[in-house]
Design a protein around this ligand. Structure first.
Ligand code: 5GP
Ligand code: ZN
Length: 118
């Protein structure tokens, strides 16, 4: 079972933000912005490349709700999904990074010092 499937099953602890039957949002263990939440489907897809459009539509609504609950929908935020080798994906379970809480510079990359980007 993959790391994020174990997080969904509560075999590995995480800091929850929001949850429903199909999706889970939790704080990233290594935040790159004042708000850095990971949003995942409870169904395992290896990456964004594998999710069907109906599930993606529901996931988009869930992500909007999470941004609203975190109070960053007015100030703005960024959603990123790394896909596969060239995308720099480390965990092979589809996830969206929801980043916000400060003005993010374009070029905010995972291997950079986050302090350089807001
Ligand atoms: P990727 O590089 O695959 O797009 O992003 C994986 C993300 O998962 C990284 O931002 C990393 O900090 C986060 N991460 C990895 N392991 C864990 C964990 O055990 N718990 C939490 N909350 N986040 C994790
Ligand atoms: Zn998984």
């Amino acid at each position: 079972m993959c790391l994020f499937c174990k997080i969904i099953n509560r075999e590995i602890p995480s800091n929850a933000v929001a949850e429903n039957e199909e999706f889970y949002a939790f704080h990233d263990i290594n935040p790159k912005a004042p708000v850095h939440v990971l949003i995942i489907p409870k169904t395992h897809y290896d990456s964004f490349d594998d999710i069907p459009s109906d599930a993606m539509g529901k996931m988009a609504t869930f992500m909007q709700e999470v941004a609203r609950e975190l109070g960053i929908n007015q100030s703005g935020y960024r959603i990123i999904s790394n896909i596969g080798e060239d995308g720099g994906q480390e965990v092979k379970h589809l996830h969206f990074h929801l980043l916000g809480g400060a003005k993010l510079h374009w070029g905010h990359l995972a291997d950079s010092d986050p302090k350089d980007f807001f």
